[in-house]
Design a protein around this ligand. Structure first.
Ligand code: UFG
Length: 336
């Protein structure tokens, strides 16, 4: 088994690469724009910009040369606000990158793909507080979410046209660290922001305290990056096991979350517990575009793939805290 991992030097990708290396060969393609080569020391690493790959980079040749049997495609831009400011660039990067991967896979006769999608595809469909299932009508609220939905459509079309065997994983709020050197100080999510503020002795902004939730703050489904990495391995195995079994396959789009929501204040309480510090919430205005509650219905991935999240909020925040402390003791070397 040789798996090509695009974006494998990134935060989530590097966790998956480390698990895959325990089972077989891995080739990483990453432009290192946000990823770090030192995260994937034991994998073969090729530096390339996928959105330019069709024109300038022989991705299909790379697949043939290494006997690649499957692809996990992470390489993409993921900042919602930036996607609103630079929509064309987001389409170029995210849709163009996947296009290059699909073309190369078809040409090199590689049929298995796991595609990183996002809960951002739901947009307005995920705002009423109930867990959202994959069957919901998607209404992305940003170009970022649109590019992920378009990506799923591209995969579905490639399945019909030439037999791509694929799955899209719709990630909910990913945080934590599976290994303390793989936490990501550059990821700006609530958990990393709160930890950073607490370490500086500052309060943490809470974007809105008047939502229709139990404590008035937004609720999200936080999933541990190590659980998410396990989900990729489980889905790759599922694709291998269901090869040639198209009639048996359900729609291969899966939510990856825990099925439980945590409020901003609950996250801050967990940071207080992990750090032993007093965490001071600083209520500020709502952030535009934030839905009150986004929680995954996780029945499909549990029933079809047999995967379930094993770690909760306490482990997510605890591991993120340890990674942050380890990171400042040992600053990364070899970063671009
Ligand atoms: N929040 C604060 N204070 C902060 C930062 C965040 O109160 O300093 C709140 C936000 O308002 C939100 C929650 O914490 O209610 C989580 O915010 P994040 O920015 O960590 O995550 P989002 O839910 O906004 O975004 C995540 C992913 C995106 C993805 C989106 C939709 O980071 O990539 O979910 O699925 F697109």
């Amino acid at each position: 088994m040789t798996i090509l991992v695009t974006g494998g030097a990134g935060y989530i990708g590097a966790h998956v690469v480390r698990l895959l290396l325990q089972r077989g060969d891995v080739v990483v393609v990453d432009d290192l724009s946000t990823g770090r080569a030192d995260r994937v020391d034991h994998a073969r690493m090729v530096r390339a910009d996928l959105s330019l790959a069709a024109a300038s980079y022989p991705l299909a040749e790379l697949m043939r040369e290494h006997g690649v049997t499957g692809v996990v495609h992470f390489a993409a831009k993921k900042d919602v606000g930036e996607s609103v400011a630079r929509p064309a660039w987001y389409y170029e990067q995210n849709v163009g990158g996947l296009l290059a991967v699909l073309r190369a896979m078809e040409s090199a006769d590689v049929s298995r793909l796991v595609f990183s999608s996002s809960a951002a595809v739901y947009g307005a469909a995920a705002t009423d507080g109930r867990p959202v299932g994959e069957g919901a009508t998607c209404a992305p609220m940003s170009p970022y979410g649109e590019t992920k939905l378009v990506g799923e459509w591209m995969c579905r079309n490639a399945e019909r046209a030439w037999g791509l065997s694929w799955a899209a994983l719709r990630y909910f709020n990913v945080a934590g660290a599976g290994w303390s050197d793989l936490g990501d100080p550059t990821v700006q999510n609530l958990v990393s922001i709160a930890i950073d503020r607490v370490r500086r002795g500052e309060g943490v902004p809470v974007f809105g305290t008047d939502y229709a939730t139990a404590d008035g703050t937004c609720v999200r489904d936080y999933v541990h990056v190590a659980d998410l990495a396990d989900a990729h391995l489980a889905v790759l195995e599922h694709l291998a096991a269901s090869a040639g079994d198209a009639a048996e396959r359900t729609d291969p789009v899966f939510n990856v979350g825990t099925g439980a929501g945590s409020s901003v204040l609950e996250v801050l309480a967990a940071v207080g517990e992990a750090s032993g510090a007093d965490v001071v919430p600083l209520p500020v205005d709502r952030r535009p575009g934030d839905p009150a509650s986004v929680v995954a219905d996780v029945a499909r991935i549990r029933d079809v793939v047999g995967w379930d999240a094993k770690r909760g909020l306490r482990e997510i925040v605890g591991s993120a805290w340890e990674a942050a402390v380890a990171g400042s003791n040992h600053p990364p070397t070899g970063a671009p």
